[in-house]
Write a protein that binds this ligand. Structure first.
Ligand code: KG4
Ligand code: ZN
Length: 363
C-alpha cells in the first residue's frame, strides 16, 4: 500500500507509558499518554509487573481519548503501528495484543515497530525540525543520541524506513537509570533525573572527579583501529564510585556535600555521552544529531550537547519534550514512514521482542 498521507494509529507500551498517537503523514493529530510513573515511586524504579497491569487498565481509555481528541474513528485509520521491542516483555505484550486485536477486528494492516527507531522518527512531527528538512524527510547524514531510563544509544540513520545502525550503547545501566540510582543514594526523590538536575545547579561539577566509563585507550582505540567500546557507555562503575564517596563522607562523620556529588556525577555521565556522540558523528560523517529520551530534559545535557556539537559543526535537534519521552505518536510517525515507503505490514503471528535490534526497523 502506498499513500501520500496515510492516517496511522500508534500504540506504545514498552515501559511505564501507555501511549496512543494519531499521525497523518508527518502531521501530528494527537499524542495521548497515560503514565504509571507514580505507582513506581515507592520502589525507586519501574516494576515490570506493575507497569504491565497499568497498561492493561490504561490502554482502552487512552485509545478512546486519542481517537476522540483527533476527531477520527478506527474506520478512518489506514494502518496500525505498535512497539514490538525493545522493552519490558510483559509491558510490550499488552500493547502488541491490543494492536493485534484491533487489526484483526478492523482488517487494517499492522506494523510491528522498533521503539528506538521510533524515537528518531518522531523528529518528523516536530515543526521546528520539519522546518529544517525538505519535503517531510529527516535531515541527511543524521545521527541520534537516545538517553532515557531504558536506553543510552548512538544511532546512524541513513533512511528511517530502511537503514538504521547502532553505533554504540550502554553495556550495563542506562543513563537515566544511573541518575535514578544515584538520586536514591543521595536520598532524593524518584525519578532521580530532575532532582539531580536541579540540585546540581547548586554544586560544583569539579568538586569530585568521578570515573568516565569506557574512555580508557584500551576501550577507545583510534579512529583507524577502534577499540572494543569506542562509542559504548558504562555507568555501573560510576554508580559504585558515588556510593563509595558517600560512604567515605559518612564514615568520616562529615556531612555529604550532596549538591557537589550530584553536579560531579551528572558531569561524569554527560561528559562521556556528549563526547562519544560527537566523536561518532565526526567519524561517520554525521552532520546533524537528534537528541531523544527523557534525559533530553536535562539542562546540563542540553548545554553541553549544544556547545560540543556547535564546536564540531554539527546541527543539534531536540524535539519538544512531549515527543522526546515515550509516546504513541512516535510509533505512528514511524508507521507512516513505513507505509509511505511501501514496506509490507507485519504478519500477525509476530511476537514482541524485548531485545529487538535497532537494525530491525519493523518485524
Ligand atoms: O524517556 P523516559 O520518560 O522513560 C523511559 O525511561 O523510557 O525517561 C525517564 C528517565 C528517568 O530515568 C529520569 O530520571 C530521566 O529520564 N530524566 C532526567 C531528567 N528528566 C528525566 N534525567 C536527567 N535530567 C533530567 N532533567
Ligand atoms: Zn524510549
Amino acid at each position: 500500500m502506498t499513500s501520500a498521507e496515510p492516517l496511522i494509529l500508534g500504540i506504545e507500551s514498552s515501559c511505564d507509558e501507555t501511549g496512543v498517537g494519531l499521525v497523518r503523514g508527518t502531521e501530528l493529530l494527537t499524542n495521548t499518554v497515560s503514565s504509571s510513573m507514580a505507582e513506581h515511586v515507592r520502589f525507586g524504579g519501574v516494576i515490570p509487573e506493575i507497569a504491565s497491569r497499568a497498561h492493561l487498565d490504561a490502554l482502552v481509555p487512552t485509545l478512546e481519548k486519542a481517537l476522540s481528541d483527533a476527531g477520527v474513528s478506527l474506520a478512518d485509520v489506514d494502518a496500525i503501528a505498535v512497539t514490538s521491542g525493545p522493552g519490558l516483555a510483559g509491558a510490550l505484550m499488552v500493547g502488541v495484543s491490543a494492536a493485534k486485536a484491533l487489526a484483526l477486528a478492523t482488517g487494517k494492516p499492522l506494523y510491528a515497530i522498533n521503539h528506538l527507531v521510533a524515537h528518531v522518527g518522531v523528529g518528523l512531527l516536530d515543526p521546528s525540525i520539519a522546518a529544517r528538512s525538505t519535503a517531510g524527510a529527516l535531515p541527511e547524514n543524521l545521527g541520534a543520541l537516545l538517553v532515557s531510563g531504558g536506553h543510552t544509544e548512538i544511532l546512524r540513520v541513513r533512511s528511517i524506513a530502511e537503514d538504521v545502525v547502532l553505533l554504540g550503547a550502554t553495556i550495563d545501566d542506562a543513563a537515566g537509570e544511573a541518575f535514578d540510582k544515584v538520586a536514591r543514594l543521595l536520598g532524593l526523590s524518584y525519578p532521580g533525573g530532575p532532582a539531580i538536575d536541579a540540585l546540581a545547579r547548586a554544586g560544583s561539577a569539579k568538586a569530585i572527579r568521578f570515573p568516565r566509563g569506557l574512555t580508557a585507550p584500551k576501550y577507545m582505540g583510534t579512529a583507524e583501529a577502534p577499540g572494543p567500546h569506542r562509542y559504548d557507555f558504562s555507568f555501573s562503575g560510576l554508580k559504585t564510585a558515588v556510593a563509595r564517596c558517600v560512604e567515605a563522607f559518612e564514615a568520616a562523620g562529615e556531612e555529604v556535600p550532596v549538591a557537589d556529588v550530584a553536579a560531579s556525577f551528572q558531569e561524569a555521565v554527560l561528559d562521556v555521552i556528549t563526547a562519544k556522540a560527537v566523536l561518532a558523528c565526526r567519524e561517520h560523517g554525521l552532520t546533524t544529531l537528534l537528541l531523544g529520551g527523557g534525559v533530553a530534559a536535562n539542562s546540563r545535557l542540553r548545554e553541553l550537547a549544544a556547545q560540543r556539537t556547535a564546536a564540531a559543526g554539527i546541527t543539534l535537534l531536540v524535539p519538544a519534550m512531549s515527543l522526546c519521552t515515550d509516546n504513541g505518536a512516535m510509533v505512528a510517525a514511524l508507521g507512516a514512514q513505513l507505509v509511505m515507503n511501501g514496506v509490507a505490514p507485519s504478519d500477525l503471528a509476530f511476537a514482541p521482542d524485548s531485545s529487538m535490534p535497532v537494525s530491525s526497523i519493523s518485524l
